[in-house]
Write a protein of this length. Structure first.
Length: 327
């Protein structure tokens, strides 16, 4: 079983802090790392914190695809800071980057940054997070959060039943993806009047915050039947809290599909998740940017959705780094 004891969680968090600190120090010494020279051009890949396995998988897949197509690459992290994102985009545009793959820091606040690049003839492909305006980015590729959350909610009902009590831990209500997931959970769960939500907290998408929130909730609602979590780290934080409380009868579901979630499912701690196809989405974004740079058109509609893949004990072993290894 996965060790989600308080000591283990603390060790993981300490390691993440060290990793993030080292990465930040490296970023101060150079805005970008150019990995190879190429006549094809230069693509910048901007994502959130690289200590999160989702964004690491996303960035690595985009980088590998771009280099396979002959581009030099630079991978940057805005750490979900819109000011940092603006500074990075301004800098790489000034340096003459040919195109940008962007998982943006905030959907609404990122419109100006995307417009800044496109008005200077630097095309932008958005992955994972959309912006609320059309015609600025050349492509907006995102996960079908309605479908992903709905299928997880259905599995939750299958396990918990049509009556009982549950808690919702949202991932980050400043993120439109998380808002969509929450609404989609409730479109399913609210159909059952005898299934009552007794608490709801925003865990900010983080394991430690989720554990702390769940610790507090369990003090008042120790007999709940289940937890619906807005992303993987939140689900794992809830599991850590539940295990520390000694209660093994609480069903937990989440969304993301990380290796840690896969392992938690195989260990019986997490009931189900929906794997977001981070690598496939990132690769497709690079391919469409390449097509645009060569022809002036992606050949695809601007907004495109990628389905989540339901993961349970029946197929968890096929998940690896946000990619589904078909049998």
């Amino acid at each position: 079983m996965i060790d989600l004891s308080p000591k283990s969680v603390a060790r993981v968090l300490f390691s993440l802090i060290i990793t993030t600190s080292a990465f930040s120090m490296g970023m101060q010494s150079a805005i970008a790392q150019e990995d190879n020279e190429s006549d094809q051009g230069d693509i910048a890949i901007l994502v959130n914190s690289l200590d999160n396995p989702y964004y690491t998988a996303e960035a690595n897949a985009a980088k590998e695809q771009a280099e396979e197509l002959g581009y030099s690459t630079r991978v940057l992290s805005h750490n979900e800071d819109v000011n940092r994102q603006r500074e990075l985009i301004s800098s790489i545009v000034a340096q003459g980057v040919d195109g940008i793959i962007l998982d943006n820091a905030d959907s609404s606040s990122s419109v100006a940054a995307v417009r800044y690049a496109t008005e200077r003839d630097v095309p932008v492909v958005l992955i994972n997070r959309e912006i609320p305006e059309n015609g600025i980015a050349i492509s907006q590729l995102s996960h079908n959060n309605v479908q992903a959350a709905s299928q997880v909610a259905q599995k939750f009902i299958e396990q918990v039943g049509e009556e009982g009590t549950y808690v919702e831990l949202t991932c980050n209500l400043a993120d439109n993806n998380c808002v969509t997931r929450s609404k989609s959970f409730h479109r399913v769960l609210d159909q059952y009047p005898d299934l009552k939500m007794v608490a709801r907290q925003d865990a900010g998408g983080e394991l430690l915050k989720a554990k702390q929130a769940m610790d507090s909730i369990l003090q008042e609602h120790s007999d709940i039947d289940g937890v619906v979590a807005g992303n993987g780290p939140v689900a794992l934080g809830a599991i850590a809290s539940i295990r520390a409380s000694g209660n093994s009868d609480i069903t937990v579901v989440g969304i993301d599909g990380s290796n840690d979630e896969r392992d938690a499912i195989m260990a019986g701690d997490l009931y189900a998740t929906s794997m977001l196809q981070a690598q496939e989405l990132a690769r497709e974004g690079v391919k469409q940017l390449d097509q645009y740079l060569k022809t002036g058109d992606t050949g695809k509609p601007e907004r495109q959705l990628f389905r989540g893949i339901l993961v349970t004990q029946d197929n968890a072993e096929l998940v690896q780094n946000f990619e589904y290894q078909s049998q």
